[in-house]
Design a protein around this ligand. Structure first.
Ligand code: PRP
Ligand code: MN
Ligand code: MG
Length: 179
């Protein structure tokens, strides 16, 4: 992966550590949802890589759906306004829903989504995020499954972007805003 602009900083979570942790999360979810058919809801676009890997580590008949929201646009700071760009296809009534995120930063996106999904009457609703930014949450949100807690630096890769770039990196790296 060639970093032509030189913005890519050091590796924060390697591809190997991600794979290991995603497998662990999949195992835990498999145990927690024995006898059930959970519905995984991926939050596009960022969660698309994590979601595909996680789904294959869950040894249960899962369904998948996606919702697209955006609050960051091309910026590295949240706009504070969450917009739904694509809604779900599947009815949530009486389903065991697991919301899948790549990262929770301010918590605004998650708070908005939880409020929105709860109103559709799922049987249960839990949150699985690959990354949780330490000490950044302006909103009190407690994800049920967390891959890694990371320091308050802007990171990219494994689904996470800056201006739609870097999503296809197989690891998480620090993004250096100024060169
Ligand atoms: C990013 C990220 C999370 C959200 C986290 O999405 O993927 O969904 O921001 O930030 P928050 O906790 O401060 O709300 P973004 O809005 O950049 O859209 P994207 O997933 O399409 O990149
Ligand atoms: Mn996102
Ligand atoms: Mg983004």
């Amino acid at each position: 992966w060639r970093d032509e602009d030189g913005h890519l900083g050091e590796v924060v979570v390697s591809a190997e550590r991600i794979a290991e942790r995603v497998a662990e999360l999949g195992k835990t979810i498999t145990q927690d949802y024995q006898g059930l058919s959970p519905l995984l809801i991926g939050v596009l676009k960022g969660a698309f890589v994590f979601m595909t890997d996680l789904a294959r580590e869950i040894n249960l008949p899962v369904s998948v759906d996606f919702m697209a929201v955006s609050s960051y646009g091309d910026a590295t700071k949240t706009s504070g306004v969450v917009r739904i760009i694509k809604d779900l296809d599947i009815d949530l009534v009486d389903r065991d829903v697991i919301l899948v995120e790549d990262i929770i930063e301010s918590g605004l996106t998650l708070r908005y989504l939880l409020h929105n999904l709860r109103s559709r009457n799922p049987r249960t609703l839990k949150v699985c995020t690959l990354l949780l930014k330490e000490g950044e949450q302006r909103e009190l949100v407690t994800p049920d499954y967390v891959g890694f807690s990371i320091p308050r630096e802007f990171v990219v890769g494994y689904g996470l972007d800056v201006a739609e770039k870097y999503r296809n990196l197989s690891y998480i790296a620090r993004y250096r805003e100024t060169l």
